[in-house]
Design a protein around this ligand. Structure first.
Ligand code: PMP
Length: 392
């Protein structure tokens, strides 16, 4: 059977393949990006679902607008303005099926075959897949602990006229856990305005800061309408509802609405109303602060265990929020070989090579610290430390 040409560019996600192995209960998995399931507000959700069906069942089970449930869009705009310093209202917001759908829609709106997407080095694996569907090529810009190298970015924007958009994750990045400084946020917004290149700022983890000050989003420094920003309830409420959003200048939001109509008409009405009602009836901030405390403790344990048990030649990040830390082995090492050894001992992680769209960097890997209890984190990283000492 002849498939579309674009299918030849796609391969099964390495994470999905590793996740199949990690479903075995004996496996200690640092591989996925899953939130802690014991923190899902199940009792509250039961109450809210009944409430929605009792009070607004006819609306909740009906079609709704592509833009999404108005009170939810309104809440999101206010929350972003408060947390991120933006100036959005509900007409800037489109509700999407997770923030992942926002990336797919961005691909449809912005990317033609062979257009270049500027991204961090490394970047989010499933954004690479989403943009590749539209024939994107990637220009990876080097990064350090303060974010992307702005000189390298400016040079690229000055010299490469095939650059179509920029994709960045400034808060607790997936996969590195790094966070951009305030200065670099301002600078990239200014560069996007100057060179008229849109920025897709992906922000699924911003609410999960457990150390330091909240920083404004890149979109808050946008003067000319080139910056858009995604968000999601996946990490602060539950991913199963698949409710996220994209906030963009209104004329761009209208384009996103048009392409979403062709994709799925709208997001699940019941989930949208249920989340809006949860936000009305329960203390969301209290819920998030509970998540932050648990993740901070897990981050501390993960970092302390790596410090104590990993060989001294191995370096890793100490994220101030989010779900991930990033590990770099000496250059001659290959994390895929280490993964084979550690899977023999039922320990899983994701080799870092897949997070670099143009390949290389096989000496790196990603550690998730949100999903497992404290005892398994310590046990797993102690054993991984031993494997590293024996194999690098
Ligand atoms: N962007 C980034 C950087 C992510 O890490 C994720 C989740 N792994 C997503 C987007 C998609 O999340 P969701 O669709 O659940 O909102």
């Amino acid at each position: 059977m002849k498939l579309a040409k674009r299918m030849s560019q796609l391969k099964a996600s390495e994470i999905r393949e590793i996740l199949k192995i990690t479903e075995r209960p004996e496996v200690i998995s640092f591989a996925g990006g899953l939130p802690a399931p014991e923190l899902f507000p199940i009792e509250e959700i039961k109450h809210i679902n009944n409430l929605v069906l009792d009070e607004e069942g006819d609306k909740a089970l009906q079609y709704t607008t592509t833009e999404g449930y108005q009170p939810l869009r309104n809440w999101i705009a206010n929350r972003m303005n408060l947390r991120l310093g933006t100036k959005f209202d509900e007409d800037n917001i489109l509700i999407t099926h997770g923030s992942q759908q926002a990336l797919d829609l961005a691909g449809k709106v912005f990317i033609d075959e062979d257009d270049i997407v500027v991204c961090e080095c490394p970047t989010y694996l499933a954004a690479i897949s989403a943009f590749k569907m539209f024939g994107a090529k990637f220009l990876e810009i080097p990064c350090d602990d303060d974010g992307m190298d702005m000189n390298a970015l400016e040079e690229a924007l000055k010299t490469n006229d095939r650059i179509k958009c920029m994709y960045v994750i400034p808060d607790f990045q997936n996969p590195t856990g790094r966070t951009w400084s305030l200065e670099r946020r301002k600078k990239i917004a200014a560069l996007s305005n100057q060179y008229q290149i849109p920025i897709i700022e992906d922000n699924p983890y911003g609410e999960l800061r457990f150390e330091g000050e909240f920083l404004p989003s890149i979109a808050s420094f946008d003067k000319e309408g080139y910056c858009m920003c995604t968000g999601t309830f996946s990490k602060t409420y539950c991913p199963g509802y698949r409710i996220g959003w994209i906030a963009a200048p209104k004329e761009i939001t209208r384009q996103f609405v048009l392409v979403k109509q062709g994709s799925d008409l709208q997001c699940n009405t019941m989930s949208q109303i249920a989340i809006a009602k949860y936000l009305e009836h329960y203390d969301y901030d209290k819920h998030i602060s509970k998540i932050r405390k648990v993740y901070l403790n897990r981050r501390n344990l993960a970092v302390e265990t790596m410090e104590q048990y990993f060989p001294k030649s191995v370096v890793f990040t100490r994220p101030q929020g989010g779900l991930f830390a990033w590990v770099e082995l000496p250059e001659h090492c290959n994390a895929r070989d280490i993964l084979v050894k550690s899977l023999e001992q039922n320990i899983a992680f994701v080799p870092g090579g897949s997070f670099f769209p143009n390949g290389g960097h096989e000496n790196t890997f990603r550690i998730n610290f949100s999903n497992m209890d404290e005892e398994r984190i310590v046990d797993g990283l102690q054993r991984l430390g031993k494997i590293l000492k024996e194999n690098i």
